[in-house]
Write a protein that binds this ligand. Structure first.
Ligand code: CA
Length: 224
């Protein structure tokens, strides 16, 4: 659960942000002045700081500058009241990662938060598990119930592409790109054939796939 520090002195906005981000599954804490923010933000464990610019006791620019000088690397999104170009540029120069101009829509802010969190997420893990399958990217190996299974390089590349884009439909064309590196002799049918083989290796019941699903007319989707 990402932890977000909200620094905002206007009670209505602070409350709105707190509610909205809590519903989104974030753990949040609100502080209302720059001095407290500067102190609290140095404590470990924050994933993001939402930092208003106009604050009592110390403004958001100063807080941002102090934190970066203190080598606090936590991503910062500035909440700027003025849509002035100079303010945005100053904020980014001081080490903020993004800014949102007030008044902002909750939806816009959520999108920015998501993008910043994604940018700062730790690198993908070396292994990925679904069902009784474990994919080991470092060793290019797939294990099922603990035992290594035979998998061709193309099947491995396809599986890696599915895991990377899990939950999204991949077209046969995208899968061709992922598996074959622009080999023009390969047809869509070859993709289908490899999917059949892959299902035999990773699905509990290959004829009724649970992870590697066909999406009619579009391609395939991995729900693992
Ligand atoms: Ca303010």
């Amino acid at each position: 659960m990402p932890r977000i520090l909200i620094v905002e002195d206007e009670p209505d906005i602070a409350l709105g942000l707190e509610d909205d981000l809590t519903v989104e599954g974030h753990e949040v804490q609100v502080v209302r002045d720059g001095e407290t923010a500067s102190r609290l933000a140095r404590e470990p464990g924050w994933d993001l700081i939402l930092l208003d610019v106009m604050l009592p006791r110390k403004d958001g620019f100063d807080v941002c500058r102090e934190l970066r000088r203190a080598r606090v690397q936590t991503p910062i999104i500035l909440l700027t009241a003025k849509a002035q170009e100079a303010e945005k540029i100053l904020g980014l120069e001081l080490g903020a990662d993004d800014y949102v101009t007030k008044p902002f829509s909750p939806r816009e802010l959520r999108a920015r938060i998501k993008a910043v969190l994604r940018r700062f997420a730790p690198p993908e893990q070396d292994t990925y598990r679904f069902g009784e399958v474990e994919v080991d990217f470092a060793r290019a190996e797939v294990r099922r119930a603990g035992a290594a299974i035979e998998i061709t390089p193309i099947e491995f590349k396809l599986l890696a592409a599915f895991i990377k884009h899990r939950g999204r439909v991949l077209s046969r064309e995208q899968l061709l790109d992922a598996g074959w590196n622009h080999d023009t002799h390969v047809t869509d049918r070859a993709v289908d054939a490899h999917i059949v083989n892959l299902r035999r290796k990773i699905e509990p019941q290959p004829t009724e796939p649970k992870f590697l699903l066909s999406v009619r007319g579009l391609g395939y989707r991995f729900d693992g």
